[in-house]
Design a binder for this molecule. Sequence first.
Ligand SMILES: Cc1cc2nc3c(=O)[nH]c(=O)nc-3n(C[C@H](O)[C@H](O)[C@H](O)COP(=O)(O)O)c2cc1C
Length: 210
Amino acid sequence: MPEFDATFRDTLAELLVWRRDVRRFACGAVDPALVDRLVDAACRAPSVGYSQPWRFVLVDSPDARAAVRANFAECNGEALTAYAGERARLYAELKLAGLDEAPVQLAVFADTATASGNGLGRRTMPEMLHYSVVTAVHTLWLVARAWGIGVGWVSILDPARVQAALDVPPTWDLVAYLCIGYPDIQHAQPELARAGWEHADPEARRVLRR
Ligand SMILES: Cc1cc2nc3c(=O)[nH]c(=O)nc-3n(C[C@H](O)[C@H](O)[C@H](O)COP(=O)(O)O)c2cc1C
């Protein structure tokens, strides 16, 4: 096992600070070999019972991308109607996806029918399969950042329609639709914080003792 020294730890801390959800992408393709590398890294994530339930779909075809864009536009329009007044005005101004610009788009599913893992760790908490996929997404996100690549997670979608548009088995649940590419602008602060939508919540930092 290699030794992870203080310099590495400092750099890792910087990586976490600069990870960010990216929705504004510069033009410029991402080398497919690098995309493979990101998927390989994601597959090193932990998973309940070593179930490895993540399934990846690279969304390249214009038809599939158009279907996802239309899906997002509709869901985002509906989401806007849930807000009123100043909140609605602010919501309408947010950029909540880079679907028009991202050169790479990756849908990540949880295979709920997988036999891998033999059910270990899921009897009382079946949602652990989906959480395992989230760990893979986060692993990919961090490694992408280390390569100078930005990742934006899009969840303002009807998952059943994504499933149909991408023609995946009905047992694959959509966990994340990722926009991936070189960032246009880089910030250490979340975009939603900079836009005044939400601020760091001190409650989230609090650790209870029992
Ligand atoms: C499960 C999940 C779903 C998300 N879905 C969206 C989304 O649909 N649109 C969006 O703009 N950001 C989305 N995000 C990104 C969050 O807005 C972002 O993580 C948060 O504002 C904090 O910013 P940061 O990632 O730059 O720290 C999502 C993030 C997570 C973890």
